[in-house]
Ligand binder design. Structure first.
Ligand code: PMV
Length: 378
């Protein structure tokens, strides 16, 4: 981009910044001080339509992704803080559903280490992080996206107290930047309803550093889109997502896959505008199966679907063929199935789930969710 185009864009839209670097998130000395306090934020989970799978150094995605932010599956986190004497080390207590949870601490410690340069106050306070999920623990639903996003929001509230001049744009952008450093897809849980993370040539403002709200036109067909999560297997993940991302290094099909993600996102831009649900279904289901194909064709290889995952997929295809109702599935890096459908088909699809899919769920469990607006302070 030439200098004159650059200037023109900034003239047309003064808040529009063309390039960000991580250094933009290193704060200047704070203008205020604060001794103690507490904040509370809730952050939702999100479901990717174009998947992030594979990363470059420092939580930089190998390809852009896009997700629907969810509404009901949330983490609610209270952050209490008090200035401390010894300012050489991190000091925090972690409560999960009211009880100390030692095994979550290393992940938070690692997160604090990664973001210290961007939040230099972290060693100055004793923190109590008190967190709970609205969805059942060990349901196989990843809580890292919502959990890390909720923590990042709270830390930004503290930074805003230290620097009240901070703009709202910077607040949310930095929250997403920090969340990304904790768990990549967490950066898409800061805002709603459709969030893009990773640079894409035709999405203005898209960045590898943080998630941005998809600001192009979105057809009414996607308004209040529904996501019913069928809990097929609630066990521990067979492959952690960091191991999974690493499997894309040197993967035989990696480069073509990364290009395909760009192409699918390009197609989705049109689909969001036109409301073409058939196209939507093709892209979303293909993305889910590609994600799993990548795992099946890596070395070592994994099959993360269970027999019931396939039963559900086949039942959805049969139902869709017979009824012409535009319902489809997507998958995370696990066996659970996200059933996606427009709001105006809710009654029929829920009936179908109760009649034909519940038997494939562990203990008959499923969670009804829908598109949501993102993190909120409460
Ligand atoms: O955010 P991570 O590192 O847990 O990776 C998430 C990867 C997928 O859920 C499989 C895809 C995605 O884009 O959310």
């Amino acid at each position: 981009m030439t200098d004159s185009t650059n200037e023109r864009n900034q003239y047309l839209c003064p808040n529009f910044k063309l390039m960000f670097s991580a250094n933009d998130f290193i704060p200047s000395p704070y203008s205020h001080s604060i001794e103690t306090g507490k904040f509370q934020w809730s952050s939702p989970s999100n479901i990717a339509l174009v998947k992030y799978w594979g990363k470059k150094d420092k939580q930089i995605p190998a390809n852009p992704s896009v997700s629907f932010t969810l509404n009901n599956c949330k983490t609610i986190t209270k952050l209490a803080f008090a200035k401390k004497q010894n300012q050489d080390t991190f000091s925090f207590d972690l409560l999960f559903e009211g009880k100390p949870k030692e095994d979550f601490k290393p992940k938070i410690q690692q997160f604090f280490e990664r973001v210290l340069v961007y939040l230099p106050f972290l060693k100055k306070y004793q923190f109590t992080i008190d967190t709970q999920n609205t969805f059942p623990h060990s349901s196989g639903i990843a809580s890292s996206a919502s959990g890390i996003a909720a923590l990042a929001m709270n830390l930004m509230s503290l930074e805003k107290a230290l620097n009240p001049e901070m703009t709202e744009d910077y607040f949310y952008q930095k929250a997403s930047f920090l969340a990304r450093l904790g768990s990549g897809s967490a950066c898409r849980s800061v805002k709603g309803k459709v969030v893009v993370w990773g640079e894409h040539k035709n999405i203005q403002g898209s960045s590898d550093l943080f998630g941005v709200q998809f600001s192009n036109a979105i057809h009414d067909n996607f308004k209040n889109f529904q996501d019913t999560i069928l809990l097929v297997d609630k066990g521990e993940k067979q492959v952690s997502s960091s191991v999974g991302h690493n499997l894309m290094n040197g993967h035989l099909f990696a480069e073509r896959r990364f290009e395909q993600a760009h192409e699918n996102l390009e197609k989705l831009i049109q689909v969001f505008e036109s409301g073409n649900l058939d196209e939507f279904i093709t892209i979303v289901e293909s993305e889910a199966l590609t994600l799993h194909s990548m795992m099946m064709t890596s070395i070592p290889y994994f099959i993360l679907m269970k027999p019931n995952t396939l039963e559900i997929i086949n039942a959805i295809w049969k139902f869709r063929n017979e009824t012409k109702i535009p319902v489809c599935f997507t998958l995370d890096a696990g066996a659970n199935v996200h059933v996606l459908y427009p709001e105006n088909t809710k009654e029929s699809v829920l009936q179908f789930i109760k009649d034909e899919l519940v038997d494939y769920c562990q203990n008959g469990q499923y969670i009804c969710d829908e598109i949501g607006i993102g993190s909120i302070e409460n």
